[in-house]
Design a protein around this ligand. Structure first.
Ligand code: ATP
Ligand code: MG
Length: 668
């Protein structure tokens, strides 16, 4: 590969702090690879003393592969910051930091859940989720608990649970992922000998995706590189997408403040994407106000226009994608050259379902939240199972007060020890007042009706007639959390039940989907020929021949949860779009879960400047039915006045032209 002048400058620059800021596809990762080789062959750096860091395990593996492919095996270390920090801790105290003492994210959650129940605070289903989020945010920013204000949570409860969790870990000699960074930071501060050892081992540090570094990581990096600051970082502030977890693109933009003598290098050519994709995505990102302005050009041909595909429902969207995937495959594209990208893991449900049914091999890159593991899903399942089996105790306990039927814990504790159905036993309970009894009667009646219903109808019945949706609304308003995400889960599960008749087979399907999601993140599938499914977050750094973006609609992108940070949402879509080399397809359903939705406001942003630039008075266009015509006026709302053969003047919608590819334009 012949690098351009700026890329070569970056590859060959002298040792010392260096920063490369550049847009997607400009060869930042490529520059790191070639820089490594240059360091070894020309700057005489020993490969053992080089440490290359990137943001995920998979990304580190892929980078290593990329290096080996070009230059052969090497003893350079490729890893994530976590893996590097973990190794440091291990060196310092192998017993304390034995891998068996590491709490996985799942174990951590379980411990916290248990401690939370022990606090006997009023029960919130999602307190633990929110607590975990804040815990990470706090630790990533090196903020002490006493100075931390977890918005949306009781501070008192947060502190109490935090202290208990810390004590638990202390007592059991455990640590978790966030601790690795924080422990490492303090350890390096306290133990000059350890720092010295590291300086002896690693002399050079190179970091990809530097825009997503957080405070604790940055502080450790400063400690690691020391005065010498043999630090080479690349990044793009427009692709900063982890602010919600405490990452700070400021470290990229203010690099020179921290390392005064740093070389700064800018790259401006996008080698990945075809021309149209570069234009569209640049138009989108230029709407952000807080950014380092960059102009991206590309030597690549214009290529096919990005397509914006209208469809009705989520299911229809999945079907259309499936057809297109198969079409590309038949044209000779490998599965691994295609990716389906969505905003949230939940959004993947219809496509996962369609792919499983069509037997198309796929891997999920970063599936974490699965439908099956959501608490509202478990509530609905509990209702359905209880309808089938009135003796099911666990299920009865789960839903007895959802919606509130005001059955106290003490009554429940007493009744659960009796044999038989909890509900019938409750009816015999003397302490129950008349109105409580009525609630239970009604529940028993509802469960009987539920048993007769088709699965999907049953779920609708639970939500609307039994009153589960109202319960969720009250719950969310009481907890001061947005209710929409919970409804989103409910809508998804209701829709997913459509083609199932039995609870068991539906549950098995949800489980299988969850397993697929979990397995494909752990299995190293990236090398075999499978289709990639990923969230926008997980798509960072990757590239594909064809990219399908799901649900480009308002409320999904920007996501309803993140209305406060519209610019980060815009960056997310930008990251997703710029993964495509050739074919970019954005899907815009007109309804979601039976309700009408509007296209993402970003659609207009990425279209309009493009239209303004590309349809100019005097251009010729080609229309299938009317033939060749000349644009004689471009109106504000992107209506084109076009004169066709025989002096016929027609109004044509520029947006429609682009979407349907019915028009070609050419210079006069
Ligand atoms: P991102 O910000 O999305 O991570 P990036 O800046 O890291 O993008 P790379 O992944 O390094 O970009 O490069 C994008 C693509 O362009 C790769 O396929 C790479 O091989 C190719 N490429 C980079 N530089 C050149 C060049 N000078 N000539 C031809 N192809 C190039
Ligand atoms: Mg990259």
């Amino acid at each position: 590969m012949n690098l351009n002048e700026n890329q070569l400058q970056a590859v060959k620059c002298p040792l010392g702090p260096t920063i490369v800021i550049a847009g997607p596809g400009s060869g930042k990762t490529q520059v790191i690879i070639q820089r490594l080789y240059h360091m070894i062959t020309h700057l005489h750096c020993s490969p053992q003393s080089i440490l290359v860091v990137t943001f995920s395990k998979l990304a580190a593996l892929e980078m290593r592969e990329r290096y080996i492919k070009s230059y052969g095996a090497s003893s350079i270390t490729f890893g994530t910051l976590h893996s590097v920090f973990y190794r440091l801790l291990r060196q310092y105290d192998p017993l304390r930091y034995d891998l068996s003492n590491l709490l996985s994210e799942d174990e951590k959650k379980k411990v916290i859940q248990k401690l939370y129940i022990g606090l006997e605070a009023e029960e919130y289903e999602d307190f633990v989720e929110e607590f975990l989020r804040h815990l990470t945010l706090m630790k990533n920013q090196l903020i002490e608990a006493k100075h931390y204000y977890p918005d949306g949570l009781s501070r008192e409860l947060f502190l109490k649970l935090y202290q208990q969790y810390e004590q638990y870990k202390e007592r059991h000699q455990k640590f978790d992922f966030d601790d690795m960074l924080v422990h490492c930071y303090f350890l390096l501060k306290q133990e000059p000998s350890l720092l010295q050892r590291i300086h002896q081992r690693y002399h050079y540090l190179l970091i990809d995706e530097f825009q997503d570094i957080n405070v604790v990581q940055f502080e450790i990096i400063k400690q690691l590189t020391g005065d010498q600051a043999q630090l080479f970082v690349v990044g793009d502030d427009d692709q900063s997408i982890y602010k919600f977890r405490g990452s700070k693109p400021e470290f990229l933009l203010d690099f020179k403040k921290h390392f005064q003598k740093a070389h700064e290098i800018y790259l401006s050519a996008n080698y990945r994407c075809s021309g149209h994709i570069v234009h569209y995505s640049s138009a989108l990102i230029s709407a952000n106000k807080t950014r380092y302005p960059k102009e991206l050009t590309t030597p690549n041909p214009l290529g096919p226009l990005p397509q914006m595909i209208d469809c009705k429902t989520g299911e229809e969207q999945a079907q259309k994608i499936l057809e297109q995937l198969i079409h590309y495959k038949e044209q000779g594209q490998a599965w691994k050259e295609m990716a389906v990208i969505y905003r949230t893991n939940l959004g993947a449900r219809p496509i996962v379902q369609a792919l499983l049914q069509a037997n198309i091999p796929f891997c999920l890159r970063d599936g974490m939240m699965t439908l099956y593991h959501q608490w509202v899903t478990q509530d609905i399942l509990a209702y359905l199972k209880l309808a089938q089996n009135p003796q099911a105790l666990e299920q009865a306990l789960r839903i007895i007060n959802k919606p509130k039927r005001y059955i106290s814990k003490s009554i429940l504790a007493r009744t659960t020890t009796l044999p038989g159905s909890l509900l019938f036993n409750l009816l015999k309970e003397e302490e129950l007042s008349e109105w409580q009894r009525n609630y239970i009667d009604k529940l028993i009646y509802d469960l009987q009706l539920l048993r007769e219903k088709k699965l999907k109808e049953g779920i609708t019945y639970i939500r609307h007639t039994i009153g589960y949706d109202n319960y969720i609304t009250d719950y969310a308003s009481y907890r001061k959390i947005p209710v929409m995400p919970l409804f989103e889960v409910l809508d998804e599960i209701e829709e997913s039940a459509q083609n199932f008749s039995e609870v068991i087979s539906w549950e098995a399907f949800l489980k299988e989907m969850a397993e697929q999601i979990q397995q494909s993140t752990t299995k190293q599938k990236a090398m075999s020929d499978v289709l990639t499914l990923t969230t926008m977050h997980g798509s960072k750094g990757l590239e594909f021949q064809s990219v399908f973006i799901l649900d480009v609609i308002d409320g999904v992108i920007p996501h309803q949860k993140s209305s406060h940070d519209i610019e980060e949402e815009r960056r997310l879509l930008y990251v997703a779009m710029t993964r495509a080399r050739e074919n970019l397809l954005l899907y815009i359903p007109s309804e979601k879960h039976g309700k009408p939705v509007t296209p993402s406001p970003f659609i207009a942003e990425l279209r309009q400047p493009f239209l303004a630039n590309y349809f100019k008075v005097g251009h010729f266009i080609y229309h299938r039915a009317l033939g060749r015509g000349k644009i004689i006026e471009v109106q504000d709302n992107y209506l084109l006045l076009v004169r066709f053969k025989g002096e016929k003047i027609r109004k044509i919608d520029g947006n429609y032209c682009l979407n349907n590819g019915i028009i070609r334009w050419e210079e006069e």
